[in-house]
Design a protein around this ligand. Sequence first.
Ligand code: SF4
Ligand code: SF4
Length: 65
Amino acid sequence: MAFVTIDACQGCGACLLTCPTHAIRPVAGGLTVRADRCTGCLECLEICPVDAIRVVEPDPCKGAR
Ligand code: SF4
Ligand code: SF4
């Protein structure tokens, strides 16, 4: 499953309100995405006005051990 990461965030807050699983959380200096909650729906990516959200593919070996 793909999940997302955030950089170059302008702090508008739109993605926090949009995420259906509340995977996006404020942290010191910006936002973080909880991979265990992100379903890869990409609603946050579509709503971000500055294209700060990117899709990343998790390591396929991660969690298999
Ligand atoms: S891809 Fe969907 S579930 Fe994941 S952080 Fe964005 S809005 Fe939330
Ligand atoms: S929608 Fe984009 S600019 Fe707005 S808070 Fe989320 S990542 Fe930051």
